[in-house]
Design a protein around this ligand. Structure first.
Ligand SMILES: NC(=O)c1ccc[n+]([C@@H]2O[C@H](COP(=O)([O-])OP(=O)(O)OC[C@H]3O[C@@H](n4cnc5c(N)ncnc54)[C@H](OP(=O)(O)O)[C@@H]3O)[C@@H](O)[C@H]2O)c1
Length: 228
């Protein structure tokens, strides 16, 4: 499937995950707009991503476009909007962009988790998962959840392909297919459509397992599904 005809908008795009996804997608020829609560911060993040692409020697002619702005501005007419804020920032993000998201594909990468002395701990979400919370708050959006276990650190290492399977869950098959096509454009990632949105909770919680493995073994693990 080809890239969406509108840029992918990333709400909370100044964080590691947003910048990492932007870098990989722009490198793959996909247009991206990075959003922030502060347009100046978004512009700085976009400049950082552009610099990383230059440093990695990504051919300028093969790149997608990269621009930046306030969260509400970048959502514009984007078909796909990535919700890349921390779980605690969702209400603020809904206030900023929620009214614009009817009919849009909203990709939740949100992991509701915290840390205590023993490591990562899943945070209980009354709706069942962060993705379900987004779907409840934005009933007309087409919510897909995925990329929970893809590390921002690895995404930002532009010289290295990733080595990750990316389970995707959602209730809208067209939205799943559109997100799968975007995930497949990230060098070294394979999208795996896993099932309905109700499976977002175990997917989000699985990140705690991987982060705990990372902590114990001092590594940055990814996820691979065998015999698929
Ligand atoms: N980091 C990873 O490796 C990784 C991997 C998979 C999934 N995730 C998930 O992806 C999301 C982003 O991760 P991240 O590490 O990039 O997070 P982050 O750096 O903590 O936050 C991303 C951006 O969200 C905005 N933000 C922060 N607090 C906010 C609030 N209260 N209200 C509204 N916006 C707020 C900030 O942008 P502005 O201040 O510029 O608005 C911030 O730069 C999280 O939900 C995380 O669970 C992360």
């Amino acid at each position: 499937m080809t890239a969406p005809s509108t840029p992918v908008a990333i709400v909370g795009g100044t964080g590691g995950l947003g910048r990492g996804l932007a870098a990989r997608w722009v490198a793959a020829g996909i247009d991206v707009v990075l959003g922030s609560r502060d347009p100046q911060r978004a512009a700085e993040a976009a400049a950082k991503v552009g610099g990383a692409l230059d440093d990695a020697g990504v051919d300028a002619d093969a790149r997608g476009s990269l621009s930046a702005g306030g969260n509400a501005e970048v959502v514009g007419d984007a078909e796909v909007v990535v919700m890349a804020v921390p779980h605690g920032g969702l209400d603020e993000a809904f206030d900023a962009v929620g009214a614009q998201l009817a009919g849009r594909i909203v990709l939740s990468v949100v992991n509701p988790l915290t840390f205590d002395d023993t490591g990562p701990v899943p945070v209980e979400v009354p709706e069942g998962s962060a993705a379900a919370r987004i779907a409840a708050a934005l009933p007309e959006a087409r919510v897909v959840a995925g990329l929970h276990s893809v590390s921002s650190r690895q995404l930002l290492r532009l010289g290295e392909p990733l080595d990750d399977d990316v389970p995707l869950v959602g209730d809208d098959e067209d939205a799943l297919a559109a997100v799968a096509a975007l995930v497949d454009r990230i060098d070294g990632c394979r999208a795996v459509v896993a099932g309905p949105l109700r499976l977002a909770r175990p997917l989000e919680e699985l990140t705690c397992v991987l982060l705990s493995v990372n902590r114990r073994h001092r590594v940055h693990t990814g996820l691979r599904l065998t015999r698929l």
